[in-house]
Design a protein around this ligand. Structure first.
Ligand SMILES: C[S@@+](CC[C@H](N)C(=O)[O-])C[C@H]1O[C@@H](n2cnc3c(N)ncnc32)[C@H](O)[C@@H]1O
Length: 346
């Protein structure tokens, strides 16, 4: 570990602030909201404080004096990662192909995103391993999705699995561990994340194939898959691109194959829940979150040809209940969207 001595205490300080935000400040908003429509919250002190902390603590995590992005861009990460870098010519050529909605959009206040440098990829990796918005153990939701994939593919000897927007491979690794006989691949638009993932794959001796590719062109690889996953990808996409991704996935799936997405597809807690979730998109620089919340996935997926379209709770696996009340502490509303390509489809 070679970060400055201040790095860890600073990050812990930010995390403590986030705990205060997700419990005390959120509770103030809930109290203030009683008997009011969400619109009437605008201008209240409770909402102003909640929103200020939501935005600024995330910014502090990345860009404060010992923020993740600043730190990792400055020193290239931890000791064990110093031996590895990117070939600038190769990366530039790839980055020139990136779609505008991706290049021109920040990434939960990590600007301009995870594609410009290795430091950005290392900062993202650190963030996903040590923190989550919900402050739950960061690995748990990945394992849950990997178990869902394992169950969906349980009858296949060696299921072919493709993870879209794989980052540095965190879900792909979890799937390979849950289903060792599976052939697991992952694609992402960020070359730094893919190169980092390839390094991690080697270090862990896991047989997972990660490479740069666009999710909405997954049908252009010339091979088919039994399960295609998207973990925390769809809320990063304009709605029309999400439609392209599910359509391309359908074409790339083998008959009987599944599309599985974990994301914030729907908010719970009625009007207030939706209001807070949309504000989260604005405060946290997630311009396409609202596109996902309002996406009529049932209609679009059915029109493409998917059957058995379900939105489930990843913990209970029962139908995701959009009417359930808001939780006592602010958290992400994870849900898992599943659709199946019919056995009879070509
Ligand atoms: C929130 S991250 C999630 C990464 C990874 N699934 C994880 O859980 O750590 C979204 C990822 O999607 C990638 N991405 C965004 N748009 C993409 C696209 N059109 N095709 C492929 N990857 C994309 C980003 O580069 C980023 O790595």
């Amino acid at each position: 570990m070679t970060h400055s001595l201040h790095f860890k205490p600073y990050q812990q300080f930010v995390q403590e602030g986030r705990k205060f935000w997700k419990s005390d400040l959120y509770a103030d908003v809930m109290r203030e909201a009683e008997g009011k429509s969400p619109g009437e919250l605008t201008g209240t002190q409770a909402l102003a404080a909640y929103s200020w902390f939501e935005k600024n603590l995330q910014q502090a995590k990345y860009y404060g004096p010992h923020g993740l992005v600043e730190t990792f861009r400055r020193n290239g990460g931890l000791e064990q990662d110093r031996d590895f870098d990117l070939e600038p010519g190769e990366m530039q050529a790839w980055n020139d192909t990136l779609p505008g909605y991706y290049r021109d959009t920040g990434f939960h206040q990590h600007n301009p995103g995870v594609w410009p440098s290795l430091g950005d990829a290392l900062a993202y990796e650190y963030a996903t391993n040590y923190f989550s918005f919900s402050l739950i153990a960061a690995d748990v939701p990945y394992k849950r999705v990997a178990e869902i994939v394992a169950d969906l593919a349980s009858e296949l000897e060696a299921p072919r699995v493709m993870d879209l927007g794989a980052g540095y491979g965190k879900l792909a690794f979890a799937i390979k561990r849950a289903v060792p006989q599976a052939v697991v691949e992952g694609v992402d638009l960020s070359m730094p994340l893919i190169k980092l993932g390839q390094k991690r794959t080697g270090e862990m001796n896991l047989d997972v194939n990660l490479f740069c590719h666009q999710a909405e062109q997954i049908d252009q690889l010339g091979r088919s898959f039994d399960v295609i996953t998207a973990y925390w990808l769809l809320h990063e996409l304009p709605q029309e691109v999400t439609r392209e991704v599910v359509a391309a996935s359908y074409r790339a799936l083998a008959p009987g194959g599944y599309f599985v997405s974990l994301d914030m597809h729907r908010a719970t807690g009625g009007e207030l829940g939706e209001f807070l979730q949309k504000r989260h998109g604005v405060a946290n620089d997630e311009p396409f979150l609202e596109d996902l919340l309002t996406w009529d996935y049932e209609k679009d997926m059915a029109a493409i040809g998917y059957e058995d379209i379900r939105l489930i709770d990843p913990v209970t696996r029962s139908d995701f209940d959009v009417d359930k009340p808001l939780p006592a502490e602010r958290t992400h509303e994870f849900s898992v969207l599943i659709g199946r390509k019919p056995e009879t489809a070509k």
